[in-house]
Write a protein that binds this ligand. Sequence first.
Ligand code: ZN
Length: 287
Amino acid sequence: MRDFSDDHRWLSLNTATVRKQGDLAQIVDACARHGIRAIDPWRDQVAAIGLDRAVRIVRDAGLDLSGYCRGGMFVADDAHRQAARDDNRRAVDEAKALGASCLVLVVGGLPQYSRPGSVASRDIVAARARVDDGIAELLDYARQVDMPLAIEPLHPAYAADRACVNTTRQALDICDRLDPAKSGAIGVALDVYHIWWDPDVLAQIERAGKARLLAFHVCDWLVPTKDILNDRGMMGDGVIDIRSLRAAVEAQGFAGYSEIEIFSNHWWEQPMDDLIHACIARHRTVV
Ligand code: ZN
């Protein structure tokens, strides 16, 4: 297992962590100030400054992209499916232009919440079937441009409105169906916030192996959690055994970035440099 205590060279900043403090250009400047080598930007932050400018500032700063957030929401009804497909292909193209290591997929829950305008449904079985079809279709496209797809299983609390893929096992089952050869074209983005509770997680990380482990996201689970979306904790402030999970992915050969992704009403109110200081300190002591 890598020793993170002396430096933060394997820290990546998911830019949603500081989305309220500045635009993508300001975040890239902050990364330079703090010696951060990698980010994972969100599509809306890229769109806000323009893709061409985003590509330029990322390249000029010499930043790696540990992922690009995000594609997915595959559950659109028939009337919206074409638009969803086009949107996901654009996400692949943007990831490619930015030089991302993978496109993170949040697959969608029930259609009316995931693709607004879609017909309301309580059929989570049908939603999961649409997810399978949607990922298969996008994978064909992503393979052509050599952009790996990373399915992020989300905690079951998000099954209705964000993702009906809720366990690492479920995500790996999809990967195995679509890519039995483990070619590297599809794998998982494992976020400790979503997987820490799962009694099967260590066995599934072993099953995933290096070929399927495309991204590793860290934050913490606060008790009590006041807001299921925007009350994530700083690493060390909650109950997740982050180091055991990192040890498990690294035992499989994962050697990428530990990406800090904290959606937090509390942390969004702090100055950007203070928040990044805290991230670096906890990356060294807790991650
Ligand atoms: Zn994540």
